[in-house]
Ligand binder design. Sequence first.
Ligand code: ATP
Length: 446
Amino acid sequence: MSQKKNENDLMDKIVSLSKRRGFVFPSSEIYGGIGSTWDYGPLGAELKRNLKNYWWDAMTNRRDDIEGLDAAILMHPEVWHTSGHVSEFTDPLVDCKKCKARFRADQLEMSRCPLKPSKSPLECGGELTEARQFNLMFKTYMGPLEDDANIVYIRPETAQGIYVNFLNVKNSSRQKIPFGIAQVGKAFRNEITPGNFIFRTREFEQMEMQFFVHPSEDQKWFDYWREERWKWYESLGINMDKMRWHEHDEKELAHYAKTAFDIEYEYPFGWQELEGIHNRTDFDLSRHMEATKKDLRYSDDVYTEKFIPYIIETSAGVDRTLLTLLVDGYDEVEIKGEKRVFMRLSPKIAPIQAAVFPLVKKDGMPEFAENVYHELKKRFKTFYDVSGAIGRRYARMDEAGCPFGITIDGQTIEDETMTVRDRDSMEQKRMKVGELIEFLEKQIYG
Ligand code: ATP
C-alpha cells in the first residue's frame, strides 16, 4: 500500500472516530454541511475546554507575570488598518482555468484537484492563472446601514485585542515589565483552501500570549518562551519526535517580526505549523501609538527612561492542538485477533478521566459502583456504564480516550477493593476508594 494511502487512511479513521464517539461533527450536517466548519460534540467540547483550561492555567494561574484578557471580537475598524491587516493580510490566490477551483499559490503541492483528488493542481493537467492577492478578513456591517462607513472586520487574530488593551491591563493590574497578557478566543479567516479536517478552518480558536519586555531583553525572553512552549507540549505527552522547530527565513518573515520560529508537528499530511513564537519588536505598539496619539510608552522606577516595549508572542491554535492530540493519540492494537482502537489522550485533558463499571448487574455491585461513581465525580470527569460485556465497555472507553477504568467485582463486595485498569499499560491494580482517589489525583493532576 502506498504511503499516501496510509496517510489518508489515518485521517479518515480519525474523522470517522471523531464522529462515532462524539469528538467532532461536520457543521450543519443535516443540511449537507458547510465547507470547513466543524462542531465539537460532547467529548470534543470537553476535550477542547480541558485543553484551553490547561493552557490558561500554565499561562496565567501558575504565574505572577501574566494577566488574562477576554477582548471583543468586533473592534474599531481602524485597528485593522493600523495593524496592517487591511493592506497586508493576504494570501496569493490562483484559479484553475479548467475546473475553476481556487488554490493558495504557496500551497499547491499539498492541495488536491477536485476532479482528480489523488493529484495536486500542479500534476492534474489543469492550467493555473497568475497569482493575485486575496484578503483573508471577513467583513460585516455594524448597525442597520450596509454602507462602507459601517464596515467592521471579524477579528482574524486575538492579538490586536491585547495590544489595544496594553495600557488598561498595565494600569489596572499594576504589572511591571516584563509581563504578559494572555487570551483565548475565536478568530476568523476566509482561508482560500481550508481542509485537513480541523487543521485549517475559517472559524477557529487561538490561545495567544503577548509578553512585553525591554528591547534590550528581547532575545532572552524569546529563547525563554521557545523553551516554555516546547515543554508545555511535552507535558501533554505528545511524541516529541514528531515535533520540530522551523525558523522563518527572510521570505517567510511577517512584516512585523524580527525573528519567528514555528513549532511544527508531523501530521499524516506532512510537517505543518502548530504554534508560532514571534519577536514582534515594538511594531504593534508603535503603530497603535501613532494612529491613536495615545502614549503607549513605558517607564517605572527601574526603567526611568520611557520606551516602547518589545513584544514576544506565543500564538497557538486550539483546534490544531486538538487535532495534534487526536493524531498523536490514535493507536490500533490487535488483541486476541481483534483490531482495537485506543485514543491515548493525556489524563490531564482527557474528556473522561475515569470510568466506573460494575462487573455484573447483581450481587450489590451496581449499588457499590454507583457510590464510587458519585464520589469520583466530585473530583474527576467520570463516566458510569453498566451495559454490555465488560470488554465492550472497556473498548468504548479506550476509543473515547479515558485513561482509567474501574471495575467493581465479586471481591469488591468482600474486601471493598476494586480493579483500576490503566488504558496504556493495561495493568490492573486493586485498591480501596481512598487509595483510588489519591492514585487518580496523582496521575491526573501530577
Ligand atoms: P498558516 O501558515 O498555517 O496559515 P499562520 O502562520 O497564518 O498559519 P498565525 O497567524 O501565526 O498562523 O496563527 C497562529 C496559530 O493559529 C497557528 O499556529 C495555528 O495554530 C492557528 N491558526 C491559524 N490559522 C488557522 C486556521 N485557518 N485554522 C485553524 N488554526 C489556525
